[in-house]
Structure formats: structure tokens, C-alpha cells
Design a protein around this ligand. Structure first.
Ligand SMILES: Nc1ncnc2c1ncn2[C@@H]1O[C@H](COP(=O)(O)OP(=O)(O)O)[C@@H](O)[C@H]1O
Ligand SMILES: [Mg+2]
Length: 238
């Protein structure tokens, strides 16, 4: 049984349908990449999974149970963590406060959280140096590292990452992905929305390519690299 399953999901904004019967399956422990050009509905899809946007039709199942009716808060309590597009941090709070809130959201025990907090500070020394600085005044890369650290601390069952590389220098992107890779090695289940194909294809076990609110391709990264599925649906083909 997959950890997350979408079955014929339709959703959108106002009366405008953006997602047209999306079906998708995320096995426990897998990294699933969702690819596709701007505007095809990737962020909308993550909103539907995290519960900030209602499902019109179809089912979202987590751990075998329908969660359509659960609020975003209830889903977060069950371990669905979204790092939204733009930075997933509280800009007005300090680095330390941001981390503390994330640690409190997890159901792990205090010893685990302390160890994890130590770990985060070793992994991202730049964050440790800026413990008292307001998150909103960090550079883009630092904010994204803080967002990832918060995910580390929240110990999510399902981590949803929305274009964490957006607008960042390649060297920072590399550092971020090294940490996503670590989350994967630790067995976390991740849905990765990305424009940076190189990293996404390297990390992903399964890829979905979206086109105009539908799934245009689903398969292993190797199939995408070799075939023309990507060229056809990704680079503006029909
Ligand atoms: N809050 C919103 N209200 C109305 N339309 C929206 C909203 N957010 C996104 N859209 C529209 O939904 C479509 C898909 O957007 P989005 O999911 O952000 O795409 P992607 O993340 O793939 O770039 C776009 O046409 C966009 O204009
Ligand atoms: Mg988006």
C-alpha cells in the first residue's frame, strides 16, 4: 500500500479547474519527482495534498485512509509537511525560534529532538551563527536551509518540497540537495517539485511529468532521460 495516493483528483481556484483527474502514487520511503513547466499545476497539486486547497472530486489517501476532509493542520499533525514555494520560514521570528517551533510540531521525544537540533547546527553552521537573527533577514539560500532544517526537526512522514532551488546559486542548490539526499537515505518519503532536472532525476525513484493539469508521463528517471517523454511534454510540446 502506498503512503500517499491520489485517485482521479480534480481541483482548482474559484470555478477554474486546474487539476484534471490526477492520479498518483507515492510508496513509503520513495522520492517522487513532479516535473513540468511553469503553470501546469505543480504547486496546486501540493496544496491539495497538504490540505490548503479542497479536492472537488476524487480521493486523497494517506496511509490507506481518505484524508480529503482533514484540514491542513490535521494533516500536518499526521506527518505531512510542506515546504512551500518561496521560503517555508516565519520571517519575523529568529532562526532559533523557527527551529523550536518545528521541533515542537514533531511527535518525537525530547532526547531525539535535542540530538536532532545539534545535528542541524552541525550540518548548517551558518544557521548556528545566526541563531538570534530574524529569519526574514537571512539570504535566500540561508532561508531555504532553515526551511529544510525545520523539516529535519519535524520528522515528517511525508515531506513535500516545492522548488526549493528557485532563485538560488548552483552551489547553494548543491548543498540543499545533499541534505534532501540525506533525508532520503534516512528513509523519509518525499514529493519533490523541481525545475532543476539534474538533481530531481538523480534523487527520484519515480517521476511524474505534468502537462496542463494532467499527468503526461509516469516512470523511472532513466526512462525520462533516455526517451523523448521529457522533450515532448516538458519543453512545450503538444
Ligand atoms: N491562488 C490562485 N488563484 C487563482 N489561480 C491560481 C492560484 N494559484 C495558481 N493559480 C493558477 O493555477 C495554474 C497552476 O498554477 P501552479 O499550480 O502555481 O503551477 P506551477 O506550480 O506548476 O507553476 C496557473 O494557471 C495559475 O495561474
Ligand atoms: Mg509552482
Amino acid at each position: 500500500m502506498p503512503l500517499l495516493e491520489l485517485d482521479g483528483v480534480r481541483s482548482g481556484y474559484g470555478r477554474v479547474e486546474i487539476l484534471h483527474e490526477i492520479s498518483l502514487s507515492v510508496p513509503e520511503g520513495a522520492v517522487v519527482a513532479v516535473l513540468g513547466p511553469n503553470g501546469v499545476g505543480k504547486t496546486t497539486l501540493l496544496r491539495v495534498i497538504s490540505g490548503t486547497l479542497p479536492v472537488w472530486e476524487g480521493a486523497v489517501r494517506f496511509d490507506g485512509r481518505a484524508i480529503n476532509r482533514l484540514s491542513a493542520y490535521q494533516r500536518a499533525r499526521r506527518g505531512i509537511t510542506l515546504i512551500p514555494e518561496g521560503r517555508g520560514v516565519f520571517p519575523g521570528l529568529s532562526v532559533d525560534e523557527n527551529l523550536a517551533i518545528a521541533a515542537r510540531a514533531s511527535d518525537a521525544d525530547a532526547a531525539w529532538r535535542d540530538e536532532r537540533l545539534d545535528d542541524v547546527k552541525k550540518t548548517f553552521p551558518r544557521l548556528a551563527e545566526r541563531a538570534l537573527q530574524r529569519a526574514g533577514t537571512l539570504s535566500g539560500g540561508e532561508q531555504q536551509m532553515l526551511a529544510l532544517s525545520r523539516a529535519f526537526l519535524a520528522n515528517p512522514r511525508l515531506l513535500l518540497l516545492d522548488e526549493i532551488s528557485m532563485g538560488l546559486a548552483p552551489i547553494i542548490v548543491e548543498e540543499l540537495f545533499a541534505n534532501v539526499s540525506r533525508l532520503k537515505r534516512e528513509g523519509h518519503t518525499i514529493v519533490l517539485v523541481e525545475q532543476y532536472l539534474t538533481y530531481a532525476l538523480e534523487l527520484a525513484d519515480i517521476c511524474y511529468v505534468m502537462s496542463k493539469g494532467q499527468v503526461a508521463f509516469c516512470g523511472e528517471p532513466a526512462e525520462l532521460r533516455s526517451g523523448d517523454a521529457l522533450a515532448g511534454s516538458y519543453f512545450g510540446g503538444s
